[in-house]
Design a protein around this ligand. Structure first.
Ligand SMILES: O=C1O[C@H](COP(=O)(O)O)[C@@H](O)[C@H](O)[C@H]1O
Length: 246
């Protein structure tokens, strides 16, 4: 089974806080329901997941997660020095990772130490080691959960309009150099995201109304509209982002 955006489930919640809470509950459920091994979860970058990180770090929420059974990855990263204010990992570390008892070896930031192309290849190696194979196997998802955001230009992860990485068919991690956003980026590719049991888009704020409408139609002229998953796709939106379509 492959799910495309036209077959995504849409859940409209009243507020951005409610979206973050629902996402936190899904995170907890994903780990609880993982039958064996560790749950591989890709975190989204950008501004939207910050509320989620804050909620998940609360003792009443973090206490529901067996962190020894979680492996965390990233959907994308800005190619900046470790600790940079624009680093997705720095933000996740500050709001979540430094506050929960996840073993350090189970957090996999995208490296930004050599060149973007070399670090993309290194990160693919990290994913392959965790997955236990160098080729993606249909029916055995790389990720139990992939969280994604939605840019006002229709990008998701760092799959920006017009970027060659959109055409990547085999590599799991690629490089993007968007002219419309700061920093070179590393990003999961479409095939890596597709190898997932569940993809969840977090979409909040009224500036996302036009793109959310196109995402829900599976508009292939925007990068997010081309996301597929071998599992399910869920869009969690707040009422402001859902606009008239809610
Ligand atoms: O999936 C993603 O989407 C965002 C856009 O989200 P926003 O919350 O910043 O509007 C993107 O820039 C981010 O890095 C990515 O992981």
């Amino acid at each position: 089974m492959t799910t495309d955006m036209r077959h995504a489930i849409v859940d409209v919640l009243e507020t951005a806080d409610a979206v973050a809470m629902r996402m936190a509950e899904l995170f907890i459920r994903t780990v609880k329901e993982k039958a064996e091994g560790k749950a591989r979860i890709a975190l989204s970058g950008g501004s939207t997941p910050k509320k989620l990180f804050t909620i998940l770090a609360r003792p009443d929420m973090a206490g529901q997660v067996d962190w020894s059974r979680v492996e965390l990855f990233y959907g994308d990263e800005r190619y900046v020095a470790e600790g940079h204010a624009d680093s997705n990992h720095a933000s996740a570390r500050e709001l979540l990772l430094s506050r929960v008892s996840i073993p350090a070896g189970q957090v996999h930031p995208m490296p930004t130490a050599t060149t973007a192309a070399e670090d993309a290849a290194r990160y693919q190696g990290t994913l392959q080691k965790s997955y236990g194979a160098t080729e993606l196997e249909p029916g055995r998802p790389l990720f139990d959960l992939v969280m994604l955001g939605l840019g006002t230009d229709g990008h998701t992860a760092s799959l920006f309009p017009g970027e060659p990485v959109l055409d990547e068919k085999t590599a799991w991690v690629g490089v993007a150099a968007p002219s419309t956003a700061p920093h070179e980026r590393l990003t999961l590719t479409y095939p890596a995201i597709a190898s997932s049991a569940l993809v969840v888009f977090l979409v909040t704020g009224e500036n996302k109304v036009p793109m959310l409408a196109r995402l829900r139609q599976g508009d292939g002229s925007i990068p997010s509209g081309r996301i597929v998953s071998e599992g399910k796709i869920l869009i969690l939106a707040d009422r402001a982002a859902a606009g008239e379509l809610s």
